[in-house]
Design a protein around this ligand. Sequence first.
Ligand SMILES: [Fe+2]
Length: 236
Amino acid sequence: MKHEYSIKYANEGYAVIKNYLNDQTKNLLFNHTLLKRQVSRYMWKEKQKLFSPYMYGYPFGDVQVKGSYCHYSDPIFESLLYSSTKDMSNYTNKKLHPTYTYYRVYEPGAVMKEHVDRDSCKHSMTLCLGYTDKVWPIYLEGTPINLEPGDLLVYRGDKLKHWRDPLPSGYHSQVFLHYIEEGAENWERDKFDTRPLLMLDGRFKTWSDKGLPTDKNIMEYLKQSEYDYNKIHNNR
Ligand SMILES: [Fe+2]
């Protein structure tokens, strides 16, 4: 008999699994994301010459969600991605292969505009790790989904338009774990998000539809994002 979640996933493109993470794990991961954010901002401010977004993430966010700390391929989450492959294959009733992970610590005013995801994100898990104020819905084709810490949403990120309204207050930590189906178009290229192995950082990617950034591009982006962040923060 098919898993109840896989029926919903097949029919509606998503399913919610309550309490996927236990209290100890979700607290561990929530604190990990908050500490990484602190370290990233400290390193950028105090030791800019040694700063690498591959190790410390983007202290002032990315182009998709400006001002909210984010990190690609953190080892702890790449490990969670790998170890969740069997569960994710069961929830979707597909033979899946891990691609990559990403997380954000959303700050007040953070906006995630309506979008669909790129090729490496055909089957995705997103987990709420924790928040400091109130539950903050993600919308899938207009349907609000409220995830409490430890709750998991599996969804077709490439098919269902998704977004969030601006975060009214507090912090909200969320991780994204992405998979592709074995045998699907370009899956050999997209497995591990075009890296040779999980846990390797973005410098090991061999392909991107937007081209891979140079170190100079990255440094310019970091400086601009800090400037933008300070401008908004000082005007609050
Ligand atoms: Fe997305």
